[in-house]
Write a protein that binds this ligand. Structure first.
Ligand code: ATP
Length: 581
């Protein structure tokens, strides 16, 4: 927290405390005024109390307004700062530890916890402590033993009860968080899987499971609400007992009626800011869990380490040399990190043993204008190799050099400016078709856009739909083939010195895929390209074909050589030829 925030927070605390003190003063002055007035003294004897009562009444409103204004100002600023830091923590590619929904909840709910920490916990607790202190001082001046009773009551209601509610909330959240996560999963299944559930008549069963999850959560929440209500009732009981004890003590000590009234009413009012602390204690448990989750996102290490001082980007033309590269993915994490954080003690467990290397000693050279095709069965490590080239994963060993410069010495953004292209899961944004393309070329003119669209064989659709057609989130309003071609057009528009293409013909029908591959092999002529593909037709045009299996290069060469060698390539080629007949 910087100095200005600290200052704003101090003002908010002071305003809150002043409002509570004014409330206390108002009751003390009013109690004195009423009881003294009953004794019918001359009016002059009451004038100070009358003015004080008015001043306290006005002051209470003004200070409360000031507290709300400054308190919310400081809390909203703190929340905005937390959100900004979270965004910044998310910018560098990370190991995928949190899913989209989980991150969204951290972004929205957990950052609100920062606001609640200040507005609902820290400010009220400080103001309540100051008001309590003032009430005790008033008590000490009138009847010290009553002040002691007041201290005891305030400590029970303001410290013991909130500590109890915080502990209970921690225990309850350990039971409620998994129930809530289970319900969220059931609802997500119902929403996203509605078409499949309807197709197989499984809707009723899924609904019954969701209802059971609702019931389980509701039952836990009802029990938690009972504990909450008991705690609040306990606070009010302590308040009543304290006031009764003070009145009794005052009467036993023979205190006059004016002082007794002041003592009793001051004690009553001193509890006002203290009683909500039981609810604040309960909220505090959730807030601490949210802050832990935020820290967890902030502490997620970036997927790759940036150099302390980045080397300058080598000038084109570029030669990329991959030498004995080994890439191993981090073990997958069991369950939602969110739930794990809520349970606090349940550490996120890696599933299974250490992962086998996804890329295991691959060497490959891309000279300017050379086209290399990477083929291999699913899970062979093709996309992982592309991810290593784009600096999205850190290799375990081996090197990638561009014109002799190790990519680890370059800023990862600079590496991606040199080597990038079509990724395996392209994302289509909820905006117009042309804006989706311009993502890869904000400066591109209309002719460049049209050329990229032509090269990706997207012309017909663009003509039909129009450049301003609004596309749905994640490309939900476009077909799989259109989505793939749009992403390809993006890559072609960006036109990096080394073009990486991950299965460009994926999700297209045979004819469209053949046509796209033929065009692609045309447009990549003389472009340095690394092409991951499952289709072998046309690969006789590329300079080298590398066959990967279980992360290792098992065959490499030209199409004509590979179709004569027994192995994955020849088998795939034969089955492709057979299906084309
Ligand atoms: N983010 C990840 N975390 C952990 N393991 C991963 C991750 N991504 C891929 N893997 C694993 O690494 C191995 C190689 O995966 P990769 O996606 O590179 O294969 P691929 O050859 O591109 O497969 P496909 O042709 O199906 O796309 C697989 O065993 C896969 O399960």
């Amino acid at each position: 927290m910087n100095r200005r925030m600290g200052l704003r927070l101090t003002w908010a605390v002071l305003a809150g405390a002043a409002a509570d003190l004014a409330g206390l003063g108002l009751i003390a002055a009013a109690a004195w005024l009423i009881t003294r007035a009953a004794e019918q003294p001359p009016l002059a004897a009451l004038s100070v109390a009358i003015v004080a009562t008015r001043a306290f009444a006005t002051g209470k409103g003004v200070f409360r307004y000031a507290e709300r204004l400054t308190g919310h100002d400081v809390a909203l600023r703190a929340q905005a700062g937390t959100r900004e830091r979270l965004y910044q923590a998310l910018i560098p590619p990370q190991r995928p530890r949190h899913g989209g929904a989980d991150l969204l909840s951290r972004m929205v709910d957990d950052t609100e916890a920062v606001q609640d920490l200040l507005v609902r916990c820290l400010l009220p607790a400080t103001a309540a402590a100051l008001a309590g202190l003032a009430a005790v001082v008033i008590g000490l001046t009138l009847l010290p033993v009553a002040a002691l009773v007041l201290v005891a009551g305030l400590v029970v209601a303001g410290v013991a009860l909130p500590a109890g509610t915080a502990a209970a909330a921690r225990r309850w959240s350990a039971r409620i968080a998994p129930a809530r996560a289970a319900l969220a999963e059931r609802v997500a299944d119902l929403v996203h899987g509605s078409a499949d559930l309807a197709a197989y008549g499984a809707g009723d069963r899924a609904l019954a499971r969701a209802r059971a999850a609702v019931e389980a959560l509701a039952s836990l929440e009802r029990r938690q609400a009972r504990v909450h209500a008991l705690a609040l009732a306990g606070g009010t009981l302590v308040q009543g007992l304290t006031v009764a004890a003070i009145v009794l003590l005052a009467q036993t000590a023979g205190t006059d009626s004016v002082a007794t009234a002041v003592l009793a009413l001051t004690a009553l009012v001193a509890f006002e800011p203290v009683l909500p602390l039981a609810a604040a204690g309960e909220r505090l448990a959730g807030i601490m869990a949210a802050l832990r989750r935020l820290r967890d996102v902030g502490s997620t290490p970036p997927a790759v380490t940036e150099p302390a001082t980045a080397s300058p980007t080598p000038p084109s033309p570029l030669t990329v040399e991959i030498d004995d590269l080994v890439v191993r993915h981090a073990p997958r994490v069991l369950g939602s990190a969110d739930v794990a954080a809520d349970l606090a003690d349940v550490a996120a467990e890696p599933v299974g043993g250490p992962e086998r290397a996804a890329v295991d000693g691959v060497s490959l050279t891309l000279t300017p204008g050379k086209r290399v095709a990477l083929v291999g069965p699913s899970g062979a490590g093709k996309s992982t190799l592309l991810a290593a080239l784009m600096r999205l994963v850190e290799p375990e060993s081996g090197t990638i050099r561009v014109n002799g410069v190790d990519v680890r010495g370059l800023a990862s953004d600079d590496v991606r400016a040199m080597m990038t292209g079509l990724t395996q899961d392209p994302y289509i944004f909820q905006t117009t078709l042309s804006a989706n393309l311009r993502l890869a070329g904000p400066e591109a003119d209309d002719e460049e856009l049209r050329q990229a669209v032509r090269e990706a064989r997207l012309e017909e659709w663009v003509e039909r739909a129009g450049w301003d057609a609004e596309l749905g989130e994640d490309g939900r309003t476009v077909s799989g083939g259109q989505l793939q071609r749009l992403a390809l057009a993006r890559a072609l528009l960006y036109d990096p010195p080394v073009l990486l293409l991950d299965e460009p013909a994926e999700a297209l029908d045979e004819e469209a895929a053949d046509a796209l591959m033929a065009d692609l092999l045309d447009v990549t002529h003389d472009r340095t390209t690394l092409l991951v593909t499952h289709r072998l037709k046309g690969l006789e045009q590329v300079d080298e074909i590398v066959v990967l299996e279980e992360g290792r290069v098992v065959q490499r060469g030209h199409h004509d050589e590979l179709v004569t060698e027994p192995g994955y390539y020849r088998d795939l080629w034969e089955s492709e030829v057979l299906t084309r007949r």
